[in-house]
Design a protein around this ligand. Structure first.
Ligand code: SF4
Length: 454
């Protein structure tokens, strides 16, 4: 795998802090809401199917690279109290949902959803069923940690109709695993995969991370060979986001030194080369899927969506998040729950929804959010179609953005087409930079807010 001098120049030029665009505007633009009533408009009056997200924050140990909102504890009884609180939140929330509005998606994220004991998972399923009905083709998924997974956990999730799972491997190399404080032998991955398949999980996604200490193209090649033997349906290969000012444990990774941007790019290229040779389709940003996967069909039809949970095929859903730090998204805007358990408990005790922050979209936000989503999902942009959809003269409205795109075009990151532009293979690695041209909120000095784009 050769990185050319030209590649190095591009990295030098484009590797700067920038949002990951799982939302637009990014979450750092949310503001405090003492009264969340305006944020609930689309829940009360909309008719889009619901997409339910539950944040289950507990982990037995902390992986030092982790950017999620977690609580580290060995006390599994804490799961009971958390379920009591979720029960209260669901009861308060359900009062805002008109009867008959159904859910199209259910997702458990964390933390470690399988930190909860199987009987606690059954209780959670009963709570959800008490308040929501699902469409027949609802998609139900869970994030799992193979290090804590038993057959009983998998069976409990299967009992509530979950057929999709995602589990973190990150890296198979023992030295890397020691450096990130996550020891996970391949035997655990094999066992997790077998148990999931035996229990009817039809789609399994594996997460890897590139940019961790001690990773090299040689070691990562071996990781790729090992994970390919597991035959997952999808891969998410995340660019490690080093944000120690937000996640102090990440400082511990600096002891070993972090790979350079050039090495990171080499690792990503390796993934693209190896996984596509194995038949996976590179969807964009950080996701790969088998050609038969619905994400691949959706990308072809230009209906792929991107939200806080990654890529999805369900457009226009009302995302309703529950639990600490969860983010919801509807037609009105975003709302975010309080991040700490004490405040979450106190707000619920007062009979209040635990929403603390939010954002109400302007028309311009909706337009720019749509453009960024289409760019990141389709890897192209059709100015004509966007102009018609939003009833604007696209070239006039986005003259400044188009001007900014001339430089990436000259660098071979995009090619102009009759109706707009398409991202080149080289440009795929810099798609966040391309999206940044359409971001009205980017400040010149974004250092200290976002991770770097490469
Ligand atoms: S990576 Fe997963 S298991 Fe590790 S601390 Fe983060 S949420 Fe917990």
């Amino acid at each position: 795998m050769q990185i050319t001098a030209e590649d190095l120049e591009l990295i030098e030029k484009y590797n700067r802090p920038g949002p990951r665009y799982t939302s637009y505007p990014p979450a750092n633009h949310f503001r405090d809401y003492a009264n969340p009533a305006p944020l609930l408009g689309s829940v009360e009056e909309g008719d889009a199917p619901l997409s339910l997200y539950f944040h289950l924050p507990f982990c037995e140990t902390l992986c030092w690279f982790c950017g999620c909102h977690t609580i580290t504890t060995l006390d599994h009884d804490r799961g009971h109290e958390y379920l009591d609180l979720l029960e209260q939140e669901l009861e308060l929330f359900a009062r805002h949902v008109p009867a008959g509005r159904k859910a199209a998606q259910l997702h458990f994220g964390g933390g470690t959803p399988n930190f909860f004991r199987p009987e606690q998972i059954d209780r959670l399923a009963a709570l959800i069923d008490r308040h929501f009905t699902f469409l027949d083709d609802a998609e139900k998924s869970v994030e799992l940690d193979p290090r804590r997974l038993t057959k009983e956990h998998v069976q409990a999730f299967a009992r509530m109709g979950i057929t999709r799972a995602s589990f973190g491997v990150q890296d198979c190399n023992e030295e890397v695993q020691k450096a990130i404080h996550r020891i996970q032998p391949q035997s655990m991955n094999i066992e997790a995969m077998q148990t999931l398949r035996e229990n009817g999980f039809e789609s399994v996604n594996l997460d890897l991370i590139y940019g961790l200490p001690k990773q090299s193209p040689e070691s990562f090649s071996e990781t790729l060979e090992q994970v390919l033997t597991l035959k997952p349906d999808r891969f998410a290969i995340f660019n490690y986001a080093h944000v120690p000012w937000m996640k102090p444990a990440q400082k511990l990774l600096e002891r070993h030194g972090l790979p350079s941007a050039e090495t990171k790019m080499e690792l990503l290229r390796l993934c693209i080369e190896r996984l596509t040779a194995e038949g996976y389709v590179y969807i964009g940003m950080d996701h790969f899927a088998l050609p038969t996967d619905e994400l691949v069909h959706a990308q072809r039809e230009q209906t792929l969506q991107r939200n806080f949970q990654g890529y999805s095929t369900r457009a226009g859903v009302e995302i309703c998040g529950f639990g600490i730090s969860s983010i919801s998204q509807g037609a009105v805007g975003f709302r975010q729950n309080v991040k700490d358990l004490e405040t979450y408990r106190a707000r619920l005790a007062k009979g209040e929804l635990p929403i603390t922050k939010g954002y109400e979209f302007t028309e311009e936000d909706k337009l720019r959010g749509d453009i960024i989503m289409r760019l990141m999902c389709d890897l192209s942009l059709d100015f004509g179609a966007m102009g018609e959809k939003w009833e604007i003269d696209f070239r006039e409205h986005f003259a400044a953005a188009i001007e900014q795109l001339h430089e990436p075009a000259a660098d071979g990151l995009i090619v102009w087409t009759d109706r707009g532009f398409a991202v080149t293979e080289r440009g795929r690695l810099f798609v966040r930079n391309l999206a940044m041209c359409f971001d009205a909120y980017l400040e010149p000095a974004t250092e200290g807010r976002y991770s770097k784009t490469v």
